[in-house]
Design a protein around this ligand. Structure first.
Ligand code: NAD
Ligand code: TYD
Length: 340
């Protein structure tokens, strides 16, 4: 039995990953270290809370003592824990530097001290900056992060790189495009728009709606991370992407159609400052070297995701209170009143 420490396992991708590992890997015991920030939700893992190969540790990755204790006997670390929302990083970058940069450093030091054999650092294509209408991000694309979120992730990637170089630390980095699927916090485009539309509330499209994202189903991302963990080469970076580029407006129209809602629910709101125009991932290295491929067609994945949110009204309702409503008011202002 291998002991795997997953950080941020109560968030969107982390909780999908924990489910994925418990389903597919009978020889892995998962320890989930999560601070339960606004984005961390125990309900995401309620169905496996008593699983014999799962243990939850409530703690912050910047807390050296907690991390040292959690790291004891651990063979591998999969590091998801982060502040992850670009708009929140524009409102206040402080927590992003603290968790994404300092937290990663604390984890790296503790993992080194504990003799961890493999450390997968889960990063993002946003570290590469923004593309024009053509071309793709490869693993060689220079880092050019444009948001405080992306800058904090790039900083953590460089720290990981330095530990590989300086200490021969056995780390690997994945950089993935935009994820969608179950358990995604309804501040990101797809779950925000679905949950608003289910209540017949308007959806806020930034700028002209022509920004492009490359969407990947979270299960494909989880499979990619596990493949990198199993077969990737230490010190390497592996891009993961969905080969499903859509403009935000195309995606919005697809959601409106799937939910049978009118186009009049679209609200064009002021653009996000520094809004990256286009992301598109070249994931051919991961396909060639590791045999991984994104397998879920976007239309199928989106339909399943809509069905999941439709059947999890209680999960959404439990989130759309207190802190969430304050954030929504601050980010979208008058749209709240439009909706009432
Ligand atoms: P999320 O915001 O849904 O979840 C983050 C989780 O980390 C939460 O459970 C939260 O409680 C936990 N956390 C935050 N700060 C912590 C701290 N200081 N100590 C311990 N736990 C803490 O994020 P997500 O969308 O699941 O993203 C997970 C990772 O994947 C992040 O590193 C992100 O940069 C990366 N990523 C995300 C996407 C995407 O589309 N969402 C794409 C590529 C990469
Ligand atoms: P988001 O889900 O925040 O992911 P990221 O910024 O990390 O790519 O946003 C996806 C795209 O949707 C991005 O171009 C910004 C846009 N967007 C809106 O138009 N309106 C919104 O309310 C949000 C949250 C995002």
């Amino acid at each position: 039995m291998i002991s795997m420490l997953v950080t941020g396992g109560c968030g969107f991708i982390g909780s999908n990953f924990v489910h994925y590992v418990l389903e597919h890997e009978p020889d892995i015991h998962v320890i989930n270290l999560d601070a339960l920030t606004y984005a961390g939700n125990l309900a995401n893992l309620a169905d496996v809370a008593n699983h014999p190969r799962y243990r939850f540790v409530h703690g912050d990755i910047t807390d050296r003592d907690i991390v040292r204790t959690a790291m004891q006997g651990v063979h591998s670390v999969i590091h998801f824990a982060a502040e992850s929302h670009v708009d929140r990083s524009i409102l206040d970058s402080g927590p992003f530097i603290r968790t994404n940069v300092l937290g990663t450093q604390v984890l790296l030091d503790a993992a080194r001290a504990a003799g961890v054999e493999r450390f997968v650092h889960v990063s993002t294509d946003e570290v590469y900056g923004s593309l024009g209408p053509s071309g793709y991000f490869t693993e060689e694309t220079p880092l050019a992060p444009n948001s405080p979120y992306a800058a904090s992730k790039a900083a953590s990637d460089l720290l990981v790189r330095s530990y590989v170089h300086t200490f021969h630390f056995p780390a690997l980095i994945t950089r993935c495009s935009n994820n969608y699927g179950p358990y995604q916090f309804p501040e990101k485009l797809i779950p925000l728009f679905i949950s608003n539309l289910l209540r017949n509330e308007p959806v806020p499209v930034y700028g002209d709606g022509q920004n492009v994202r490359d969407w990947i189903h979270v299960r494909d991302h989880c499979a990619g991370i596990l493949t990198v963990w199993k077969r990737g080469r230490v010190g390497e970076i592996y891009n993961l992407g969905g080969r499903s580029e859509r403009t935000n407006l195309q995606l919005t129209h697809a959601l409106l159609e799937a939910l049978g809602k009118p186009k009049s629910l679209i609200r064009y709101v002021p653009d996000r400052p520094g809004h990256d125009r286009r992301y598109a991932i070249d994931c051919s290295k991961s396909e060639r070297e590791l045999g991984w491929h994104p397998a879920i067609a976007f239309e199928d994945g989106l339909r399943q995701t809509i069905d999941w949110y439709k059947s999890h009204a209680d999960w959404i309702a439990a989130i759309r209170t207190g802190e969430y409503l304050q954030y929504y008011q601050r980010q979208y202002g008058s749209l709240v009143h439009d909706a009432s």
